[in-house]
Design a protein around this ligand. Sequence first.
Ligand code: ZN
Length: 171
Amino acid sequence: MIPVKIFCACGQKYSFEVQPEAGQMPVSISCPVCQRDGTTEANQIIARALNGKTQPLPPPRVNSLLNAAQPNLEPHLVAALKDAIVQELALQRRELLAGQQAAAAELSDLARRLEAVQTPMLERLRAYEQRILELEQELGAQTKENRELLKLKIEMIRSQLAVERRRVDFN
Ligand SMILES: [Zn+2]
């Protein structure tokens, strides 16, 4: 059973324990006061509990927007607040996507440079391993928000390295 505590945008807090199905809420839930759907937030809390993550979801900037909301806001202010949150989430998703694309571009750049100079296979493997080492050192010095991206880069290069290694085995 996973304890779930939800702080609704209307100001109401509610909590319950749930046995997740396939890592998610088995049924949808909503705020007892304003009926706002809380299933997405509950699923995030469950995912966080299952992954043992400590990073708060939704992200802090969104939380502070929600916490700043008064329970008896004018409807047009509620709508404006919702818009702000939707835009904030969209921005964060775009930033993450851009980060992933940059990581992929960097990796294919490295692969292209190595191909271009027809680097012998052993040197190519060393270059990938060197890049992983560099990134791992960078990882230690990074702020939390950049760590996920760095880990992603390391994983991408590791799988590239695995592909190259298999190529060596075939030759
Ligand atoms: Zn509510």
